[in-house]
Design a protein around this ligand. Structure first.
Ligand code: PLP
Length: 449
């Protein structure tokens, strides 16, 4: 079979492929870029351009591209047992081993894993588990989940409702009932005259206000990302999480920490929760769980909820055809083996992240950059028209889009969230590749200026 040419693929793409999160009219004269292959931290498009992937795909290719061990694990498992469900008193070896391996890395009280096919499905599972938990506690009126404005928890109906993205809510009449939102801990953009520490406390106390407003007998859970990813790599002030913990404990509501981005090493720890010393009841996971080589997600369930579901719950009427898929689980297991044996998270924490953060800090010198921020292998910088007043450029997000396009021209993938440029490279990125990333970022900024 002859391979289609780039032009043929682009024509088929335009004729048949509806892309996620895409304005098809915006694809421009060039057409869709076809990513053809990848190795390490680099991608190649079908025209042969070499591009450094500063986003690790969508924050997921933590161990980098081209690891044959994962392909071999999938191949072996497909031949041995390509599919088996975990319904009807059955299970399969890779799923069992993966649940056990994840529990070993998770905080001590989190010993069970419910598997899903994605992070969005993980958050749908969260909503059902939270409500089921309170039913079983004899408090079925505790249904409301509090999320955050500009939080991201996926794009299914429940995921998008738990998230606080206005544009997503506008399409499809979301959020669904029983989900409300509080302010995000975004000091640079929304802190006003408050110091960062004051603002962190203020933002956390919005949770208490909302609990009192909704009614202490009605609130079931609070959901948040340790660090907001899709919202623009928003790192909460140091006062934020301790105060959230105090409030969650005071009112006895469940704490759901969405680890879909932060999990599996992104912050330099196995989980973001460990970074902030959190004791979640539920942790949705996905992405780095398989390094994106196959789709898989899950919810790590702490003893409070797991014991209740197992001991008193009867059948939980929830699950997916692909829950605990043996091939995805085999890939996940191999990914965990590589993360552990090659000490990739130690490398990220001790070597790659300090250098990456030093380089991010250096971007603050650029005249277009108003704020730089980062933690572990996450980073962001905000483009402003006036550094002193933090005034934005006219045309919401136009500066970010321009900078993103300059990056691609210079062979670098970075995402723009409005006028915030974000990065999340593979954890295995080497110092000279970090140099390449920032050389390209500087060049792109200069071209955009
Ligand atoms: N939760 C968080 C924090 C995410 O960042 C994402 C995706 O980016 C999701 C959930 C949804 O995951 P998925 O796209 O696999 O459905």
């Amino acid at each position: 079979m002859t391979k289609p040419t780039t032009a043929e693929l682009q024509a088929m793409d335009a004729a048949h492929y509806l892309h996620p999160f895409t304005d098809h009219k915006d694809l421009g004269a060039r057409g869709t870029r076809i990513i053809a292959r990848a190795s390490g931290v680099h991608l190649w498009d079908s025209d042969g351009n070499r591009i450094l992937d500063g986003m690790a795909g969508l924050w997921c290719v933590n161990i980098g591209y081209g690891r044959t061990e994962l392909a071999e694990a999938a191949y072996r498992q497909m031949l041995e047992l390509p599919y088996a469900n975990s319904f009807f008193q059955c299970t399969n070896s890779p799923a069992v081993q993966l649940a056990s391996a994840i529990a070993e890395q998770a905080p001590a009280h989190m010993n069970h894993v419910f598997f899903t096919g994605s992070g969005s499905e993980a958050n749908d599972t969260v909503l059902r588990m939270v409500r089921r938990y309170w039913d079983l506690q004899g408090q079925p009126e505790k249904k409301t989940v509090i999320g955050r404005i500009n939080g991201y928890h996926g794009s299914t109906v429940a995921g998008a409702s738990l998230g606080g993205m206005a544009a997503m809510h506008e399409q499809g009449d979301l959020p669904i009932p029983g989900i409300v939102h509080i302010a995000q801990p975004y000091w640079y953009g929304e802190g006003g005259d408050m110091s960062e520490q004051e603002f962190g406390l203020w933002a956390a106390r919005q949770l208490e206000e909302k609990i009192l407003q909704v009614g202490t007998d009605k609130v079931a859970a609070f959901i948040a990302e340790p660090i907001q990813g899709a919202g623009g790599v928003i790192i909460p002030p140091s006062t934020y999480w301790p105060e959230i913990k105090r409030i969650v404990d005071k009112y006895g509501i469940l704490l759901v920490v969405d680890e879909v981005i932060c999990g599996f090493g992104r912050t330099g720890e196995w989980f973001g929760s460990q970074h902030f010393d959190l004791q979640p009841d539920l942790m949705p996971i996905a992405k780095g769980m398989t390094s994106g080589y196959l789709p898989m997600g899950g919810v790590i369930v702490g003893s409070r909820v797991a014991d209740c579901l197992i001991d008193n719950g009867g059948e939980f009427f929830h699950g997916y055809t692909y829950s605990g898929h043996p091939v995805a689980a085999a890939v996940g297991l191999e990914n965990l083996r590589i993360l552990r044996e090659e000490k990739i998270i130690d490398y990220a924490r001790n070597e790659a992240a300090p250098y990456l953060q030093q380089k991010i800090a250096g971007l603050a010198e650029h005249p277009l950059v108003g704020e730089v921020r980062g933690m572990g292998m996450l980073g962001a910088f905000e483009l402003v028209g006036n550094k002193a007043t933090r005034e934005r450029f006219p045309g919401k997000g136009a500066a970010g889009t321009l900078c993103r396009d300059m990056c691609i021209l210079n062979g670098l993938v970075m995402r723009a969230v409005g006028d915030t440029m974000i990065m999340s490279p593979p954890l295995v990125i080497q110092p000279e590749e970090i140099d390449e990333l920032f050389d390209k970022a500087w060049r792109s900024l200069n071209m955009a200026a």
